[in-house]
Design a protein around this ligand. Sequence first.
Ligand SMILES: [Fe+2]
Ligand SMILES: [Fe+2]
Length: 530
Amino acid sequence: MSKESILIVEKDTTERNVITAVLSRLGFPFRTASNTTEAIRLMDGESFPIIISDIRFETEDGAGVMNRIRMFDQHPPFVVMTGHSGDYSFDRVFGAGAQEFLKKPFTPDQVENRLKRIFHERLLICENEALQKQQAELNEQLKALLSVAADLTSELGFDRLFPLIIGKISEALNAERTSLYVIDRENGELWTRVSEGIAPLKLRLGDGISGRVAQTGEMICVEDAWELPYFSREYDEQHKFRTRSVLCIPIYNRMGDRFAVIQVINKRDRGIFGDKDKSFLIGLGSQVGIALENAILYDEIRLSFESFIHTLSAVVDARHPLTAGHSQRVTEYSLMIAEKMGMAEPQLEVLKIASLLHDIGKIGIRDDVLLKNGSFTPEERKEMNTHPAKTKEILEKFRFPKTLKSVPEIALYHHEKVNGQGYPIGLTGDKMPLESKIMAAADVFDALTSRRDYPKYTRGETFSCEPMPLAKAIAILKSEAGSHFDRDVIDAFMGCLPRALLRFRGEHFPPQYVDDTIRLLAPELLGPER
Ligand SMILES: [Fe+2]
Ligand SMILES: [Fe+2]
């Protein structure tokens, strides 16, 4: 039982002294009041686990005292009434809420024996309550553990999985926020892979609590971080936050290398993290470690795949000096159009890869055709027009993951027209995938607005090899909506064109070339200096 004071409310000084002497001998602290008014005042600022109270006062009887006492505390104290048994029936005393009755007059020995028994009972009740509370907490943590285990084996993407797990850790440990740091040994630092309520953070190994855990592998569990000499308050002060209790553990990969850290901050209700919290987090840490290691490997594979695709795309464009950057620009235009049209993953990813590699078939075109400085003969045009089929042939040799299986076919159709007069198949708009329709518009726009070795023709007009004036290129796209291009795609393209032009202003496009058009289309996008 806690050593909170016991309250004695007894008007009779002699009897009060008997009780206080016994309590002193037993080593229990106590407070005394000689009437109910004094008792209520004491209870206003302090809580008492046990109240030993007289049953009869001049102004109030035992039942009234009891009710007033109970108004003050959410967790009612154990009440012992003292009095002469002739004054009240036991039914009335216990009916009013007392748990025990101490009959007057009493001797110190009688009081001691009775109080010992009461304290023992009270202790059992307290232990029972604590066990029930512990059991309830364990049940909650077990539920959280099972739920996290289910999440880890689900097919959730990593970007959704980790915030979910972090949230469940905070919930299970009743904490304000949790962060997951990944250790970067090469650069001697660690950074937040996922965090709640804080901006992404980078720390030196050894700095602060998580940096220290990352460096030494020791678990840190503290009541108040501000008392640690190595804790910097700078972040707290900048963000008007107060870090108090912290539980921070290292995470190991399958090789046994320490590669991450989980930090849980501020047990709610000003509590501290206990042994159960530590066991829970350590138990969960090994599972999180496996999932995180997979996520990191997956990221590395994805990054190396992407860099391979980008390099390949640049190599294809570099075969001709005038097409440098063409595939990259077509990809960026295509993605802007697709996002404007509300396209979601994984189609966006398919469109990205297909756009980056749409002209890869050109590596199979003879140099004297591909690099020709001037217009094509019909035979050369025929040769050139085989490049989409060659693109498909090459891309089909790639081992694309399931979600990217349609890339070769999407790329094949990038020169098709919605009126069925494109090549190589002559597909009509209703058969063309949306991704191909988008690429078709982006591809032509880039060809019109870039320098080429051959003059540009359209509807009987001949233009030079130089980039076509933007207004003219836009007019062509619009006039061919419904014949060459899909109308919705052109509408979406017009909606994101200013952004697309600004993206390459000063890079592919001379500033003046872009600014004159944007001044007409969306002057608000131009800064005052332009
Ligand atoms: Fe092409
Ligand atoms: Fe192209």
